[in-house]
Design a protein around this ligand. Structure first.
Ligand SMILES: [Zn+2]
Length: 272
């Protein structure tokens, strides 16, 4: 790049970053409309997510660990189908996403929802913590909220901004590479993600509202996190917990929100 072009390029980058601050969601009752830096499109991240998810499904199916427990699969799909229509409160496009829910037989205490609504639950989480449907709904609402808020897209954008926009963007999205590479990159960027404390707190808040609106008891948020804390004290912090720090402050945030979300739960019960 010539010397003359450098300031122009820098200005262009700044302009892109200014133009790129947006919010993915409306606030709902709990507030979920913080402005975010977005340098990559939803479509690009969703494509990356869809490829990574398809690869995980194919690999798991080959290993014979996909959707083996049909009763449990039915439970998680039933919970998801009640929460999905409620996502419209936060973003009108979300109920129309190509939602997918699958179950992986694994001892891992894990669950995730990729951008665009691709959900995976791990049997270990439900079995080891003996989760009720209400508690499954809390986990589901939390994971779906990461997708609604596009936290992965924000994280990819922040790395791009930190490392000089365009080159890394192309690398992250695997442009010019084969689809196997794209899926691999997508897995790293989207599934193995460590979200920030801000992201986790947002997902807890929005998730709690989704859960309540779907007619699941939001008080299960308290019992769920207590089970998580107990599981964590065994000395082997599971994957799910290392990315979801189970602090007492988290339980406190949920308890503080109960007066806001309990009426939504009562109203949902009245409609059922
Ligand atoms: Zn989370």
């Amino acid at each position: 790049m010539t010397r003359l072009l450098v300031p122009a390029f820098t200005a262009l980058c700044l302009l892109m970053m200014l133009a790129a601050c947006e919010t993915t969601t409306s606030g709902g009752a709990v507030g979920g409309d913080r402005k975010q830096l977005m340098l990559v499109s939803s479509q690009q991240v969703e494509q990356m997510g869809a490829e990574a998810y398809a690869k995980l499904l194919a690999d798991s199916s080959r290993k014979g660990v996909l959707n083996r427990d049909s009763a449990m699969l039915q439970r998680v799909r039933a919970v998801a189908s009640r929460i999905e229509p409620q996502t419209g409160v936060f973003r009108p496009d979300a109920p129309g996403w190509k939602w997918e829910v699958n179950l992986l037989s694994s001892d891992e205490l894990n669950a995730f929802c990729m951008p665009g609504g691709k959900i995976m639950f791990y049997t270990g989480l439900i079995n080891h913590l003996n989760l009720t449907d209400n508690e499954i709904a809390i986990v589901m609402g939390h994971e779906i909220s990461h997708a609604l808020r596009e936290h992965s897209r924000e994280q990819v954008s922040q790395s791009m901004a930190a490392q000089g926009v365009i080159g890394l963007g192309a690398a992250l999205l695997g442009l010019g590479q084969g689809s196997a590479d794209l899926a691999g990159t997508g897995y790293q960027a989207l599934i193995a993600t460590r979200f920030s404390r801000t992201d986790e707190a947002e997902a807890d808040r929005i998730g709690l509202e989704l859960t309540a609106r779907a007619g699941y008891d939001p008080r299960a948020g308290v019992t769920l996190w207590k089970k998580m804390i107990a599981a964590n004290s065994g000395g082997h912090p599971p994957e799910f917990l290392s990315s979801h720090p189970a602090e007492a402050s988290r339980v406190q945030q949920i308890e503080a929100l109960l007066p806001t979300v309990m009426p939504l739960y009562q109203a949902a019960l009245g409609r059922r």
